[in-house]
Write a protein that binds this ligand. Structure first.
Ligand code: ADP
Ligand code: FBP
Ligand code: MG
Length: 634
């Protein structure tokens, strides 16, 4: 490796005092110019010995990376690809998409290693899903010392810089016998060397898709961190989402402009759906000499960002593309949780509280609250668990039905009888199949191509009113609350603001270090860089077969709405008017399958004129204060 020391103009920004500062300032003016990226590209940064804390298998532990045909080891001379790297076979064009951290016996041959690397699932070890780096297509880029080294705020921090071979495991829980297995991501954080001279950086920020609490905080912290930590002075905002790249003027951003924007909801840059035109966007990036693109958005935005990154790579530009996952629905996989989610759940409490107060104050009060969640019921789940006032929570992942044994009507009837009121939370994507049965098919999409959902909250409320007014003499009092936009159009809370700050720091450190095509977020509470495409490969859903959903079910005691008839027969306890309890099966065997106005074929025995002797409860009896079927006070 050849290293040239070149004197450049004034250093970035940081002022320090004393002899250490003088030395630091001197060092700051030196640029470490490497003629080859073999020591600076992300591949070589991973050349370190990987040792387990305790050696559970008497084997050698190493780091190698490979694709389907080849494998490189990082410390054994016997492996030919090590030699290949030295002679200049850079990561490019043999860029492996994945890097495996493996364990293999001493003296193992290359052939065996190749076998190990054939598939990701081989027992050779863990998978490292690395992010791209600008040196993948520009191998001879210069590096520069990270100015944070001279920043008094950070220089005191021991081991401030993140080791280049630091990875974070996706699965925190591992087996003792195979602790290395599983997927790993590159740990986020500042690197000792950077690939952009701060004076040359022209950064832009764009926000796309729906709103989310905390977007302004992310914008603020990207601007302030670039400015104060790295000395970047040229930062612009792209106005109005992706289409702003080619259809709108830009906005100059500096710490003064963004000073108090974190106290406001929304995004000061504006946002939009649709309008993604990869070529026009990359043309605009080139024309404006932008070399760092920060994109804040959800799954759709990430798909668009990946196309931008691919086109930038195809054109061979020195431009870093970095995303910050934004989704109120918390539906981006891999990362622990998206920013703004906590704030949204907290705000949802206000709506649930209101529904509860209204329901409690009325005779046979029913409160219905609709919360956001297109395909993921995370907000509804967490808001329900947090509240304890909710009797039943319905989410897209858990189908439910209204009529018949084990259905929602029956459940609501029981809760009214027991508690005098009932509170329902429904995620916007829940029960779409049910709504579709009664409303005309109306396949509408928004400008981004997202399906527009039917209004389950309104539909459900109407169904409840119709059902209970037909069935009982006393009608129910139903209040429907739709706080949809209120929970996302607010500023982030304290915890989300701190989280947004960390996200902003993660992305700027990554971009300055030359990484690109990545999104950032915490995995097991450690911030990581994740390839953009990987982050949206799968969508996060509430897993109704895991313990979190079970916790909700046990907290509300709501029906699980299993369709399996046998399961229902085993689990559904039927209570007769005189208080006797039977399983549905026993009840059927006894020849009387009608309970509380419900028949076993799922249809109500309505109090209509042609029903000869309706065995109905025609009024909802007063609440019994000693009976409560859920875990909250009646
Ligand atoms: N598959 C895609 N390819 C390219 N751009 C996309 C894609 N999906 C969405 N986009 C763009 O991303 C932006 C935001 O997408 P959208 O789905 O509305 O919100 P979100 O990113 O929050 O999911 C829009 O400008 C849209 O045109
Ligand atoms: O009315 P809009 O802006 O299209 O937003 C509605 C949708 O936005 C969401 O909040 C999700 O938006 P994103 O995909 O942009 O994160 C959904 O919950 C909801 O269906
Ligand atoms: Mg989306």
């Amino acid at each position: 490796m050849e290293t040239m020391m070149t004197v450049v103009g004034s250093g970035p920004l940081v002022s320090c005092d004393g002899p250490r500062a003088a030395a630091a300032a001197k060092e700051q003016t030196l640029v470490n110019k490497t003629s080859s990226s073999s020591s600076s590209s992300s591949s070589s940064r991973l050349h370190s010995k990987f040792k387990p804390a305790t050696s559970v298998v008497p084997s050698r532990v190493g780091v190698f990376w490979g694709n389907e045909k080849r494998a490189w080891d990082c410390f054994g001379k016997q492996f030919v690809f090590r030699k290949g790297l030295k002679t200049g076979v850079q990561r490019h064009p043999l860029t492996p998409s994945k890097l495996a951290i493996g364990r293999f016996p001493k003296g193992v041959s290359t052939t065996v290693m190749e076998l190990f690397c054939k598939t990701d699932t081989e027992h050779c070890g863990a998978i490292f899903e690395d992010v791209p780096h600008v040196t993948d297509w520009l191998p001879d880029l210069q590096t520069y010392p990270n100015p944070l080294k001279f920043n008094p705020a950070y220089s005191a921090v021991k081991q401030y810089f993140v080791e280049n071979d630091a990875v974070v495991t996706k699965d925190a829980v591992v087996k003792m016998t195979t602790p290395w297995e599983g997927i790993h991501f590159r740990r986020a954080g500042p690197r000792e060397k950077i690939y952009f001279r701060p004076e040359e950086v022209k950064a832009c920020i764009v926000t796309c898709g729906g709103l989310c609490p905390g977007i302004n905080t992310v914008i603020r912290e990207i601007v302030c961190s670039l400015w104060f930590q790295y000395g970047v002075r040229d930062i612009i905002g792209i106005v109005g989402g992706y289409r702003g790249f080619y259809a709108r003027n830009t906005q100059t951003l500096n710490p003064k402009v963004v000073n108090d924007i974190h106290k406001r909801g929304g995004t000061i840059l504006g946002t939009s759906r649709g309008g993604h035109d990869t070529m026009k966007i990359v043309d605009s990036i080139e024309d404006r000499d932008i070399n760092q693109v920060y994109i804040i958005g959800g799954d759709g935005t990430h798909r668009g960002a990946d196309l931008i990154y691919q086109e930038i790579k195809r054109r061979g530009l020195k431009v870093a593309v970095a995303c910050i996952p934004k989704t109120i629905d918390n539906d981006i996989d891999i990362i622990d949780k998206s920013f703004g989610f906590d704030t949204a759940v907290e705000e949802a409490q206000r709506a649930i509280n209101a529904a509860h107060v209204e329901a409690e104050s009325a005779d046979n009060g029913i409160g219905v609250v609709k919360l956001m969640g297109r395909y993921s019921g995370s907000i509804a789940l967490y808001a329900t668990l947090a509240s304890r006032d909710v009797d039943c929570c319905m989410i897209p992942e858990a189908p439910f039905y209204l009529e018949g044994a084990g259905g929602l009507f029956e459940f609501v009837y029981r809760r009214l009888r027991e508690n005098g009121h009932v509170v329902l939370v429904v995620a916007e994507g829940a029960g779409q199949d049910l709504v579709a049965q009664t409303l005309e098919s109306n396949e509408l999409i928004d400008a981004s191509g997202n399906h527009l959902l039917r209004d389950i909250g309104h539909w459900l409320s109407q169904q409840m009113k119709d059902h209970f007014s037909k069935l009982y003499k006393e009608p129910v009092t139903l209040k429907y609350i739709d706080p949809t936009y209120m929970i996302r159009a607010i500023p982030g809370n304290a915890a989300d603001n701190v989280y947004c700050t960390l996200l902003a720091h993660s992305v700027i450190h990554g971009a300055m270090a030359g990484f690109t095509g990545f999104t950032a977020g915490p995995v097991n509470n450690r911030h990581c860089y994740i390839p953009i495409a990987r982050a949206v490969e799968t969508q996060r859903h509430v897993n109704v077969s895991d313990r979190m959903w079970a916790r909700l079910l046990s907290s509300t005691n709501q029906p699980s709405f299993f369709h399996d008839k046998d399961l229902q027969k085993r689990n559904v306890m039927i209570q007769t008017e005189n208080g006797d309890e039977f399983t549905e099966e026993e009840y059927e065997t006894n020849g009387d399958s009608e309970v509380n106005g419900y028949t076993d074929n799922g249809s109500e025995n309505l109090n209509t004129e042609d029903a000869e002797q309706p065995a109905l409860v025609t009024t909802i009896p007063p609440a019994d204060p000693n009976v409560s079927q859920n875990n909250h006070a009646p």
